[in-house]
Design a protein around this ligand. Sequence first.
Ligand SMILES: [Ca+2]
Length: 441
Amino acid sequence: MSQPIKTRNSQSKFPCPAGQFLCAVSLILCVYFQCFGADWRTIGPGQSDQMLAEYFRGETAKLSERCLADVKDLNDWKNKRVIHVGPAHECKTPSQAANVAGDGAVVEIDAGVYEGDVCVWRQNDLTLRGVGGYAHLKANGASAKKKAIWVIQGRNVTVERIEFSGCRVPDKNGAGIRIEGPGLAIRNCYFHDNEDGILGSGGGESNILIEFTEFARNGHGDGYSHNIYIGHARSLTIRHCYSHHARIGHNLKSRAHNNYILYNRIMDAGDGASSYAIDLPNGGRSFIIGNVIQQGPKTDNSTIISYGAEGLKNPNPELYMVNNTLVNDRRTGTFVYIRDGAKAKLINNLFVGKGRSIRGNAEQIANLTTDTPKFVNRADFDYHLTADSPAVDAGSDPGSGLKPLYQYVHPAKRLKRPTDNSLDIGAFEFIGKYSLTGEKK
Ligand SMILES: [Ca+2]
């Protein structure tokens, strides 16, 4: 059963032509200034206009919470039906809400554990959110359509504060979310102990945004299932997330044509056995900026970041890696593999540990390879710099399009990257000491 597709800014929402114009302008300004913020306008070497155009064409950006609040002011909110879910409401479970929701519904799910409750969301423009904490969808081996806890078929869906765990299916790809509709935003969620955390693409027109979200211990253990596995979407943006301990599979795998991998923490720690930290098997225009990435001694694959391993099949085989901190705790390995034929630019990256920094060809500026980075606490995976680190003030200006604007705060948060006169190498700027969790000491 498929739902009719609604066009954006449907004219029937607005009472008069002037109103339509003002509403449209306000909405565009809202999307431009509040969703994108400064980082969206500056990311990418000369790509900012293209990125904006991409995201205006796309559907994800308008779904940010702040934008929804503004849309409310534009008289749109009253047309959305809010459905409350929980033991005290008429709708006891999310799957009951999925049977009654219409397009544009806001489904607010009381915090708590929902055992074995799985469903398909076919409606468009949904907001699905936990209220008062995580709504924990504990599958206990259940699945919708033998695919996932939630199969999302509608377009432009936002998911917030939901915890997904325990999906198992016969083909060993049971996911927290299977993406089948274009345009998905995931915020403040937690995916753990499924066979895949998130799986799918929503098709070639789909833009996917994942932020402030944790992924842990997903994977069947056969190497074909991963914490995050995005197919051939138009774009994946993943930022301020924590992805760790994928079971044999990758902590992040994406076949999207454009990848914006920004300010995340991707880790094995001491006991993780993931394969790649980041796998971009088909290349594509990819920005990897400001990430903290660690490969543990038990990793299943000695390469940390892999670009184009299955061939540069996506358009624009360009890789921009800027101000990342990469630590290898394995006895040897490769930090970055770049397939021949790609255009790669690596600036201000910090490579710590044994192994080869780069396999393949890349333009390199101000990267630092060292075994004495003078971190605050390497054994405890706190890679903030100390005053005498060789990375301090050793960076090169990557240009406004590539400059890191945030830094990761644990867990799955961010702060604006502090600035002084000289950019440091790596994911963290040293201006006095910060704790792992972002407090200034
Ligand atoms: Ca500095």
